[in-house]
Design a protein around this ligand. Structure first.
Ligand SMILES: [Zn+2]
Length: 334
């Protein structure tokens, strides 16, 4: 009594195994990654480079950082399994945004489409970018406020440049609002408060600027991120792409204070390194830093022939930071 006959015990054991197997299989099915968007703010020193990757395979790269960061950007993207770039966005032609895209275009990564601010730059760096586009047979499409794009699961709206533009590289930066489900992102390039005000003056553009995560304009320059603009955006998280010890004093103390006053949590690539944010379309989560940091440490951002690293513990110093053009230093830096 109390002991099951052997045949019954066998049936029980098989049943338990089946239940366990079913649980395992269902947990695998439910544990597989659902549709998500990953937004990566790469640590490229002083400059911007942001990669949007949706699980359906849609990849958007916004800017490439300075020339010196280009090979590291390419290596990072390839390490992460990037197979192609559906949309390459150049916010504006300054070296700390366009430089690294030269290496991207020289790499084997296929690029389908290029969006830019429609404003050619006179620098040799920009000329190299154009030459690489030509080599690939790519014609960049000028972005204009009001355009909307569906890039896979991403809904993108262009908020700047206006028509006509200002003719200033920074002020004519491509500003992109990207929605993934209910989570909204704003990418601002290097616009200043004048363009912020232009956006606020249009009801449509103003509404389009509302975002959960803001890429802070112009590396946190004091001449950007005006209080009314930050209020209209209403971001929960503000990401500043900026290099340590840059000669421009980015980010400005006033800007940090305005971001704090607006209620935004601040993250910055000079302190946090590469920043990765995930969303399933309802909420967003910042990836714990140790997952992000280790691959970069292992790689040690290999120094490049044209930009030797003085301090091996530091990220490569961008060429653009050492030799700013006279035109840009006269205003607020690139
Ligand atoms: Zn810049």
């Amino acid at each position: 009594m109390g002991r099951l006959p052997t045949s019954n015990r066998t049936i029980l054991a098989i049943s338990l195994l089946l239940v366990a197997a079913t649980l395992l299989l269902s947990s695998l099915a439910y544990g597989s990654p659902a549709d998500t968007l990953q937004v990566t703010y790469l640590d490229v020193g002083q400059g911007d480079s942001i990669w949007l990757h949706a699980t359906d395979g849609t990849d958007v790269l916004i800017d490439g950082g300075p020339v010196a960061a280009g090979p590291s950007v390419v290596a990072y993207l390839q390490d992460q399994g990037l197979d192609d770039i559906e949309v390459l966005v150049l916010t504006h032609g300054d070296a700390d945004h366009v430089g690294g895209l030269i290496a991207v275009l020289r790499s084997t990564i296929p690029v389908d489409q290029v969006l830019y601010n429609g404003l050619d730059h006179t620098t040799a760096t920009y000329a190299s970018f154009l030459a690489e586009l030509q080599t690939r047979g790519l014609t960049p499409v000028p972005a204009q406020a009001g355009q909307t794009y569906a890039w896979g699961p991403l809904d993108a709206t262009v908020l700047n440049p206006q028509v006509p533009g200002t003719g200033d590289q920074n002020e004519d930066s491509v500003v992109l609002a990207v929605a993934y489900g209910a989570v909204r992102w704003l990418f601002t390039g290097d616009i200043g408060s004048a363009t912020e005000q232009t956006i606020l003056l249009s009801d449509t553009l103003r509404a389009g600027a509302a975002a959960d995560v803001l890429k802070v304009a112009h590396h946190g320059s004091r001449y950007s991120s005006s209080a009314p603009f930050l209020a209209a955006v209403g971001a929960e998280l503000a990401v500043i792409c900026v290099g340590a010890d840059n000669p421009y004093g980015h980010p400005a103390a006033e800007t940090l204070a305005r971001l704090q006053a607006a209620g935004a949590r601040i993250m910055r690539t000079d302190h946090n390194g590469t920043i990765i944010i995930h969303t399933e379309g309802q909420t967003f989560q910042v990836e714990p830093h140790y997952w992000v940091f280790l691959p970069l440490v292992a790689r040690q951002w290999p120094p490049l022939p044209d930009a030797p690293v003085q301090d091996p513990s530091a990220t490569p110093r961008p060429l653009s930071a050492a030799t700013p053009s006279a035109a840009t230093t006269a205003t607020a830096g690139p």
